[in-house]
Design a protein around this ligand. Structure first.
Ligand SMILES: Cc1cc2nc3c(=O)[nH]c(=O)nc-3n(C[C@H](O)[C@H](O)[C@H](O)COP(=O)(O)OP(=O)(O)OC[C@H]3O[C@@H](n4cnc5c(N)ncnc54)[C@H](O)[C@@H]3O)c2cc1C
Length: 261
């Protein structure tokens, strides 16, 4: 099986600075980590490779330092890494990001399964996976918590829904997003660390992908951020004294005054 895993490097801190002029995150100086949901995507790719044999290729679109996340993926069992990096990608929204990733996947050419995390910790839209599927014209299976079987060119998976889960079947190739219930990501092995250190990673630019200028970066992004800010928490508390009966009546009176009830 040819398995592709898309991962994003995100700031490993909540203390991220914001560029007030462009309303974008200032990523310089913030140590990057693999988006936590994507560690489950990598682990599932490696587990499926161990179960059905094949190869796991990890892709990331990001700045040059995202290379470290590709090496970390190889430490835990991925075979190859591709860094998709170009200044022309700066300012990309999810539409432009999925365009670039789908161009890279088309360049790889042959694949059976593409695994993504269910969302990122910073952008948090959960849009990139379904957009890649749409662009490639393949099915999208969301919120997978277990892969039951892969046989006869089909995948049967357990999909989380509000009421519990349902079993879904999809032809391959498809894009699948995974939830954290699917596995427990392994720790790197010494062998993996040595392999990752010397691994030769591919580095693709906009030109390598034949990406159209008006579909990448700010020019290719129909959405933009109007304002970005940390929410102010305005907690007020009031303690009611007395016995239980009087506390309840004071509380209901208060809620009624506030027109909550
Ligand atoms: C208007 C706008 C402007 C933006 N400008 C900038 C900017 O200037 N600079 C900047 O760095 N970011 C910018 N962003 C953020 C950038 O668009 C998102 O980081 C990116 O599109 C991914 O979206 P997300 O984080 O919501 O991912 P989600 O859709 O939540 O991610 C789901 C899954 O898709 C995969 N995935 C997501 N992103 C990537 C990736 N890059 N590579 C590989 N796999 C991936 C992962 O498996 C992930 O778990 C901007 C976003 C918007 C909306």
């Amino acid at each position: 099986m040819n398995i592709l895993v898309c991962i994003k490097q995100v700031p490993g801190t909540t203390e991220v600075k914001i560029n007030k002029e462009t309303n974008t995150l200032v990523r310089e100086g913030a140590k990057g980590i693999i988006n936590p949901f994507d560690t489950y995507a990598i682990e599932e790719g490696v587990k499926l490779k161990e179960r059905f044999s094949g190869k796991v290729t990890v892709l990331t679109m990001g700045p040059p330092q995202a290379e470290a996340s590709l090496r970390e993926s190889i430490e835990v069992g991925a075979d190859e890494g591709i860094l998709i990096s170009d200044r022309a990608f700066a300012g990309s929204d999810t539409l432009a990001t999925s365009y670039v990733l789908s161009k890279a996947i088309a360049k790889i050419g042959s694949y059976d399964l593409i695994i993504v995390g269910k969302q990122t910790m910073d952008g948090d839209t959960g849009q990139v996976g379904p957009e890649i599927a749409q662009r490639l014209g393949v099915p999208f299976v969301a919120y997978v918590s277990a892969v039951e079987e892969i046989t006869d060119g089909k995948i049967r998976a357990r999909q989380m829904i509000d009421e519990g889960y349902q079993i879904v079947e999809s032809p391959l190739p498809c894009v699948m997003s995974v939830s954290k219930e699917i596995n427990t990501p392994r720790l790197p092995s010494i062998r993996g660390k040595m392999k990752a250190k010397s691994a030769k990673l591919a580095n693709w630019t906009a030109k390598d992908l034949g990406a159209e200028e008006n579909k990448i970066g700010s020019a290719g992004s129909p959405t933009w951020v109007m304002q970005i800010f940390s929410p102010k928490r305005d907690h007020q508390s009031e303690m009611f004294q007395g016995d239980a009966q009087s506390k309840v009546s004071k509380l209901t009176q208060k809620l009624s005054d506030m027109k909550v009830i």
